[in-house]
Ligand binder design. Structure first.
Ligand code: BT5
Length: 270
């Protein structure tokens, strides 16, 4: 159950900034404290909200990662969800996650930050997680009704605000560049990049997305362990296929493809 969130700002300034958006950011709903922006976006999508609607919150009480894992969302982060209605098969939804990772990487590059991406959804700075992406889908076997693309970026807060085990694997932009960023500017840049990358994806330019993703990938060429609800496989991450599935070759020479799963980097492959 989502507690009724307090509507915070009326967003006229924010909305104006994105009138040029083709899809993502034409409508921005901004909240103060919520349980999860993904949960609000899901509810809005069920009620028929238009594609591209962005739900933004200052803080999340119960932010979520994949498999219902906790996503710590103190004040000072960029916590948002976007309603998308792409015409693609559910098995292709991982492409949306990959394109979102690219948009985040491009946004952070404008601040001279070097990022890499761990398949499928972690954006890293010097190997530490600065952004997590959660793509949730509602649909039938062959059709997506809507996707909720949730993005969490650690921006203006201290690492000490994250609990101990998470802190060691995470990074915030404040920690990395030793100053605070203008959140509006960061949001504006991110939504523009997301809008551009999404247009590219919708126009059928998956190859451009995949090639950019490969350049940013921290995973390809490494020995990895992929864990899904069914199995756990170790091998070399060879490539991603045309729908963004990770191709892994085991030491016995068997090829596996994953459209979802947890990826652990074991060593750099020789
Ligand atoms: C993710 O899941 O990385 C997806 C995170 C998506 C968060 C956004 S915020 C806006 C929207 N609303 C939501 O409720 N969610 C989305 P996963 O790959 O399962 O990673 C989860 C793991 O990341 C946790 O188990 C922790 O180990 C770690 N973690 C939690 N909070 C973190 C943080 N703030 N920074 C870095 N790592 C964190």
């Amino acid at each position: 159950m989502v507690s009724p969130p307090e509507k915070k700002r009326c967003d006229t300034d924010e909305s104006k900034a994105f009138l040029s958006a083709k899809t993502i950011g034409k409508t921005i709903l901004s909240y103060d404290v919520v349980d999860s922006t993904n949960a609000i976006a899901r509810k809005l999508a069920d009620e028929g909200a238009e594609e591209g609607t962005v739900v933004l919150a200052v803080r999340q009480r119960t932010g979520r990662g994949r498999l219902n894992r906790e996503w710590h969302s103190p004040k000072g982060g960029l916590w948002l969800s976007v309603i998308l209605k792409p015409e693609m098969k559910p098995s292709e939804a991982v492409m949306v996650t990959l394109m979102a990772g690219i948009a985040v990487a491009k946004t952070l590059a404008t601040y001279n930050l070097n990022t890499s991406i761990k398949w499928p959804n972690d954006v890293l700075i010097r190997g530490k997680k600065v952004c997590g992406i959660l793509t949730e889908m509602r649909g039938e076997e062959s059709k997506i009704n809507y996707l909720i693309l949730g993005l969490g970026i650690n921006v203006n807060f201290d690492l000490e605000e994250l609990p101990e085990p998470v802190r060691d694997l995470a990074i915030t932009l404040r920690h990395e560049i030793e100053k605070d960023l203008d959140m509006q500017e960061l949001l504006s840049c991110l939504l523009k990049e997301l809008d551009k990358c999404y247009e590219l994806l919708k126009s059928g330019s998956s190859n451009t997305i995949l090639n950019t993703w490969k350049d940013l990938s921290e995973t390809l060429g490494r020995n990895v362990k992929i864990t899904t609800q069914k199995e756990s496989i170790e091998g070399i991450a060879l490539d991603v296929d045309e729908i963004g599935a990770l191709i892994v070759k085991t030491k016995e020479g068997r090829i596996h493809k994953f459209v979802a799963g947890d990826c652990m980097h074991i060593t750099r492959a020789v």
